[in-house]
Ligand binder design. Structure first.
Ligand code: AMP
Length: 216
Protein backbone atom coordinates (compact mmCIF):
# COMPACT_ATOMS: atom_id res chain seq x y z
CA UNK A 1 0.00 0.00 0.00
CA UNK A 2 1.35 3.45 -0.86
CA UNK A 3 0.70 6.59 1.18
CA UNK A 4 -0.24 9.51 -1.02
CA UNK A 5 -0.64 12.82 0.73
CA UNK A 6 -1.47 16.27 -0.53
CA UNK A 7 -0.57 19.41 1.38
CA UNK A 8 -3.10 22.06 0.43
CA UNK A 9 -3.05 25.71 1.40
CA UNK A 10 -2.43 29.24 0.18
CA UNK A 11 1.01 30.53 -0.84
CA UNK A 12 2.91 31.06 2.41
CA UNK A 13 0.84 28.55 4.40
CA UNK A 14 3.97 26.47 5.09
CA UNK A 15 3.41 23.59 2.67
CA UNK A 16 7.03 23.44 1.50
CA UNK A 17 8.51 23.77 4.98
CA UNK A 18 6.25 21.06 6.37
CA UNK A 19 6.58 18.74 3.37
CA UNK A 20 10.38 18.77 3.69
CA UNK A 21 10.20 17.97 7.42
CA UNK A 22 7.64 15.25 6.83
CA UNK A 23 9.78 13.71 4.10
CA UNK A 24 12.75 13.58 6.53
CA UNK A 25 10.64 11.96 9.23
CA UNK A 26 8.79 9.42 7.10
CA UNK A 27 11.08 8.81 4.11
CA UNK A 28 8.14 9.42 1.77
CA UNK A 29 9.40 11.56 -1.13
CA UNK A 30 8.42 15.21 -1.32
CA UNK A 31 7.25 16.35 -4.74
CA UNK A 32 6.83 20.11 -5.10
CA UNK A 33 5.62 21.40 -8.46
CA UNK A 34 7.04 24.86 -7.67
CA UNK A 35 10.48 23.41 -6.81
CA UNK A 36 10.47 21.39 -10.05
CA UNK A 37 9.63 24.51 -12.08
CA UNK A 38 12.44 26.41 -10.34
CA UNK A 39 14.92 23.58 -11.05
CA UNK A 40 13.89 23.81 -14.69
CA UNK A 41 14.59 27.57 -14.65
CA UNK A 42 18.04 26.98 -13.18
CA UNK A 43 18.80 24.33 -15.81
CA UNK A 44 17.23 26.47 -18.54
CA UNK A 45 15.21 23.56 -19.95
CA UNK A 46 12.44 23.83 -22.56
CA UNK A 47 9.88 23.31 -19.81
CA UNK A 48 11.51 26.10 -17.78
CA UNK A 49 11.31 28.46 -20.74
CA UNK A 50 7.66 27.61 -21.33
CA UNK A 51 6.69 28.03 -17.67
CA UNK A 52 8.74 31.09 -16.71
CA UNK A 53 6.40 33.90 -17.76
CA UNK A 54 3.47 32.33 -15.88
CA UNK A 55 5.43 31.83 -12.68
CA UNK A 56 6.90 35.35 -12.76
CA UNK A 57 3.41 36.80 -13.23
CA UNK A 58 1.95 34.75 -10.37
CA UNK A 59 -0.30 32.86 -12.79
CA UNK A 60 -0.75 29.12 -12.89
CA UNK A 61 1.29 27.28 -15.50
CA UNK A 62 -1.15 25.62 -17.98
CA UNK A 63 -2.54 22.29 -16.81
CA UNK A 64 -1.14 20.22 -19.71
CA UNK A 65 2.46 21.23 -18.96
CA UNK A 66 2.06 20.86 -15.21
CA UNK A 67 0.27 17.52 -15.34
CA UNK A 68 2.86 16.03 -17.75
CA UNK A 69 5.68 17.21 -15.48
CA UNK A 70 4.13 15.64 -12.36
CA UNK A 71 3.20 12.44 -14.19
CA UNK A 72 6.86 12.02 -15.21
CA UNK A 73 8.00 12.62 -11.63
CA UNK A 74 5.49 10.15 -10.14
CA UNK A 75 6.66 7.44 -12.53
CA UNK A 76 10.08 7.40 -10.89
CA UNK A 77 10.63 4.39 -8.66
CA UNK A 78 11.02 6.36 -5.41
CA UNK A 79 7.29 7.25 -5.60
CA UNK A 80 6.16 3.61 -5.56
CA UNK A 81 5.62 3.67 -1.81
CA UNK A 82 3.85 7.02 -1.94
CA UNK A 83 4.37 10.72 -2.21
CA UNK A 84 3.93 13.98 -0.33
CA UNK A 85 2.57 16.43 -2.90
CA UNK A 86 3.11 20.15 -2.28
CA UNK A 87 1.62 22.66 -4.72
CA UNK A 88 -0.11 20.03 -6.86
CA UNK A 89 -2.99 19.73 -7.62
CA UNK A 90 -3.98 23.39 -7.93
CA UNK A 91 -7.02 23.03 -10.24
CA UNK A 92 -9.97 20.66 -10.57
CA UNK A 93 -8.49 19.21 -13.80
CA UNK A 94 -5.17 18.57 -12.06
CA UNK A 95 -7.00 16.78 -9.23
CA UNK A 96 -8.79 14.54 -11.75
CA UNK A 97 -5.50 13.83 -13.56
CA UNK A 98 -3.84 12.90 -10.28
CA UNK A 99 -6.62 10.42 -9.47
CA UNK A 100 -6.13 8.82 -12.89
CA UNK A 101 -2.32 8.63 -12.48
CA UNK A 102 -2.62 6.96 -9.08
CA UNK A 103 -5.40 4.62 -10.24
CA UNK A 104 -3.09 3.11 -12.88
CA UNK A 105 -1.03 1.68 -10.04
CA UNK A 106 -3.95 0.75 -7.81
CA UNK A 107 -3.38 3.75 -5.54
CA UNK A 108 -5.39 6.79 -4.49
CA UNK A 109 -5.12 10.05 -2.59
CA UNK A 110 -5.19 8.89 1.04
CA UNK A 111 -5.14 12.17 2.96
CA UNK A 112 -5.33 15.83 2.05
CA UNK A 113 -4.07 18.15 4.74
CA UNK A 114 -5.35 21.69 4.44
CA UNK A 115 -3.02 24.06 6.30
CA UNK A 116 -5.20 27.02 7.21
CA UNK A 117 -3.54 30.43 7.74
CA UNK A 118 -5.19 33.90 7.87
CA UNK A 119 -4.47 36.11 4.86
CA UNK A 120 -2.69 38.87 6.84
CA UNK A 121 -0.26 36.27 8.17
CA UNK A 122 0.39 34.90 4.65
CA UNK A 123 1.41 38.36 3.48
CA UNK A 124 3.82 38.79 6.40
CA UNK A 125 5.39 35.40 5.79
CA UNK A 126 5.88 35.82 2.05
CA UNK A 127 7.36 39.31 2.46
CA UNK A 128 10.21 37.97 4.62
CA UNK A 129 10.75 34.60 2.95
CA UNK A 130 14.16 33.39 1.78
CA UNK A 131 14.83 30.16 -0.07
CA UNK A 132 17.98 28.12 -0.61
CA UNK A 133 19.31 27.75 -4.15
CA UNK A 134 20.28 24.11 -3.85
CA UNK A 135 17.18 22.38 -2.53
CA UNK A 136 14.50 24.96 -1.82
CA UNK A 137 14.76 24.95 1.99
CA UNK A 138 12.64 27.81 3.29
CA UNK A 139 13.57 30.48 5.86
CA UNK A 140 11.99 33.64 7.18
CA UNK A 141 14.01 36.63 8.28
CA UNK A 142 12.00 36.96 11.50
CA UNK A 143 10.15 33.70 12.21
CA UNK A 144 12.70 31.13 11.04
CA UNK A 145 16.05 32.85 10.40
CA UNK A 146 19.11 30.92 9.20
CA UNK A 147 22.01 30.63 11.67
CA UNK A 148 24.28 32.49 9.28
CA UNK A 149 22.71 35.34 7.28
CA UNK A 150 22.27 34.45 3.60
CA UNK A 151 23.28 30.76 3.95
CA UNK A 152 21.17 27.61 4.25
CA UNK A 153 21.70 25.82 7.59
CA UNK A 154 21.21 22.43 5.94
CA UNK A 155 23.34 22.57 2.80
CA UNK A 156 25.27 25.87 3.03
CA UNK A 157 23.92 27.13 -0.29
CA UNK A 158 23.04 30.76 -0.96
CA UNK A 159 19.61 32.07 0.13
CA UNK A 160 17.60 34.21 -2.28
CA UNK A 161 14.19 35.91 -2.37
CA UNK A 162 11.83 34.47 -4.97
CA UNK A 163 10.93 37.01 -7.65
CA UNK A 164 7.27 36.00 -7.32
CA UNK A 165 7.36 36.93 -3.59
CA UNK A 166 7.19 40.67 -4.39
CA UNK A 167 4.12 42.34 -2.87
CA UNK A 168 2.11 42.81 -6.11
CA UNK A 169 2.74 39.29 -7.37
CA UNK A 170 1.92 37.86 -3.94
CA UNK A 171 -1.48 39.59 -3.95
CA UNK A 172 -2.19 38.10 -7.37
CA UNK A 173 -1.04 34.60 -6.33
CA UNK A 174 -3.43 34.69 -3.38
CA UNK A 175 -6.29 35.72 -5.67
CA UNK A 176 -5.43 32.89 -8.09
CA UNK A 177 -5.33 30.50 -5.13
CA UNK A 178 -8.79 31.63 -3.92
CA UNK A 179 -10.31 31.37 -7.42
CA UNK A 180 -8.75 28.15 -8.69
CA UNK A 181 -7.30 26.11 -5.84
CA UNK A 182 -9.44 26.81 -2.75
CA UNK A 183 -12.44 24.96 -4.32
CA UNK A 184 -10.36 21.77 -3.96
CA UNK A 185 -10.83 22.01 -0.18
CA UNK A 186 -14.54 21.26 -0.61
CA UNK A 187 -13.82 18.67 -3.30
CA UNK A 188 -11.63 16.64 -0.95
CA UNK A 189 -13.91 17.24 2.04
CA UNK A 190 -16.71 15.58 0.07
CA UNK A 191 -14.44 12.64 -0.71
CA UNK A 192 -13.90 12.21 3.02
CA UNK A 193 -10.10 12.59 2.92
CA UNK A 194 -9.69 16.18 4.14
CA UNK A 195 -8.04 17.11 7.40
CA UNK A 196 -7.76 20.76 8.39
CA UNK A 197 -4.79 21.91 10.47
CA UNK A 198 -4.32 25.31 12.10
CA UNK A 199 -1.23 26.62 10.31
CA UNK A 200 -0.94 29.76 12.41
CA UNK A 201 1.32 28.11 15.01
CA UNK A 202 4.97 27.17 15.35
CA UNK A 203 6.60 24.99 12.70
CA UNK A 204 7.19 22.25 15.31
CA UNK A 205 3.57 22.19 16.52
CA UNK A 206 2.29 21.83 12.98
CA UNK A 207 4.79 19.08 12.12
CA UNK A 208 3.72 17.14 15.22
CA UNK A 209 0.07 17.28 14.09
CA UNK A 210 1.00 16.20 10.58
CA UNK A 211 3.04 13.23 11.75
CA UNK A 212 0.20 12.14 14.01
CA UNK A 213 -2.33 12.53 11.20
CA UNK A 214 -0.48 10.29 8.82
CA UNK A 215 0.57 7.62 11.27
CA UNK A 216 -2.90 7.14 12.83
P1 AMP B 1 4.92 27.39 -5.39
O1 AMP B 1 6.38 27.19 -5.18
O2 AMP B 1 4.10 26.18 -5.07
O3 AMP B 1 4.40 28.63 -4.71
O4 AMP B 1 4.73 27.61 -6.95
C1 AMP B 1 5.34 28.71 -7.61
C2 AMP B 1 4.65 28.96 -8.94
O5 AMP B 1 4.82 27.81 -9.80
C3 AMP B 1 3.14 29.18 -8.88
O6 AMP B 1 2.80 30.53 -8.55
C4 AMP B 1 2.75 28.81 -10.31
O7 AMP B 1 3.11 29.85 -11.23
C5 AMP B 1 3.64 27.63 -10.59
N1 AMP B 1 3.00 26.38 -10.13
C6 AMP B 1 3.39 25.57 -9.11
N2 AMP B 1 2.57 24.52 -9.00
C7 AMP B 1 1.63 24.64 -9.97
C8 AMP B 1 0.50 23.88 -10.36
N3 AMP B 1 0.15 22.77 -9.70
N4 AMP B 1 -0.23 24.32 -11.41
C9 AMP B 1 0.12 25.42 -12.08
N5 AMP B 1 1.15 26.22 -11.76
C10 AMP B 1 1.91 25.83 -10.70
Amino acid sequence: MSTNLILLGAPGAGKGTQAKLLCEKTGIPHVSSGDIFRENFTNNTDLGQQARSYVDAGELVPDDLTIAMIAARLERSDCERGVILDGFPRTADQAAALDAMLATRGAMVNTVIYIEVPEAELLRRLAGRWMCRARGHVYHQEFNPPRQAGRCDLDGSELYQRSDDQAETVAHRIKVYLDQTAPLIEHYRQKGVLLTIDGNRTIEAITADLVEAITV
